[in-house]
Design a protein around this ligand. Structure first.
Ligand code: DX5
Ligand code: ZN
Length: 215
């Protein structure tokens, strides 16, 4: 059994409410919302208003992945809009401890995401109190990129550390995840998988979510 967090980045934005309801009905664990600002990554996506507009479509956790240059400036507004877990990058321009505190002050879950070139050891100081460690298996910015298999040892390294230290933080994987590499990632120690293209470009997205859960 796997936990799956479908990324709405690859969904039909014109039917976002029903896409979110489908994610819920199919049994997913949370909804992954990719926020991009055109600076931290060269793409532009959603703001807090969108989170607010779909908030009443589901009770599922909204995991908001902030790929923005100044995440500290947006914590309060996404929290107010209904984001349950805010995921931040150490590669952005902010003070990680300060932003993690801002998230905690809002009473929201704390997530730490790392780009492929960032070693997992560099975020050990932040994950002790965090809820989620998001290991990127592509360079962030766009859906539909090719999974980087060389990230699998990083997942194993992170899981070993978390288990040895007895931390409660959960490992999630983001980028190019599909039903084939998903199995390998779960075996490597991932607690949860994020998938956009693999879900929404499939013939039957709800069935694909169920197949991820069955991994
Ligand atoms: C990329 C995002 C991912 C991505 C996942 O910057 O963080 O969440 O949309 O989409 P796929 O599964 O298509 O790689
Ligand atoms: Zn993401």
């Amino acid at each position: 059994m796997s936990r799956i967090s479908p990324s709405i980045l690859s969904s039909d934005f014109g039917s976002l409410r029903s896409e979110v309801r489908m994610i819920d009905d199919a049994g997913a664990s949370s909804v992954h919302i990719d926020v991009m600002d055109g600076h931290f990554v060269p793409n532009l996506t959603f703001g807090p208003a969108l989170v607010k507009s779909v908030r009443d479509s589901t009770k599922l956790r909204f995991d908001t992945h902030l790929m923005v240059e100044h995440p500290d400036r947006f914590i309060r507004s996404f929290s107010d809009a209904g984001s349950d877990l805010l995921i931040i990058h150490p590669e952005a321009k902010h003070d990680m401890q300060n932003t993690l505190k801002l998230i905690a002050d809002c009473g929201r879950g704390r997530g730490v995401a790392i780009n492929p070139e960032t070693p997992v050891t560099s975020v050990y100081e932040y994950i002790a109190d965090a809820d989620l460690l998001l290991i990127m298996t592509i360079n962030p910015g766009f859906g539909g990129q090719k999974f980087m298999p060389e990230m699998i040892p990083k997942v194993e390294e992170a899981r070993k550390y978390i288990d040895e230290e007895g931390l409660r933080v959960k490992i999630s994987i983001d980028g190019g995840v599909n039903l084939e590499n998903g199995k390998l990632l779960t075996q490597a120690g991932a607690h949860e998988l994020v998938a956009g293209t693999a879900v929404f470009s499939s013939a039957d997205p709800a069935e694909t979510i169920r197949r991820f859960i069955a991994l």
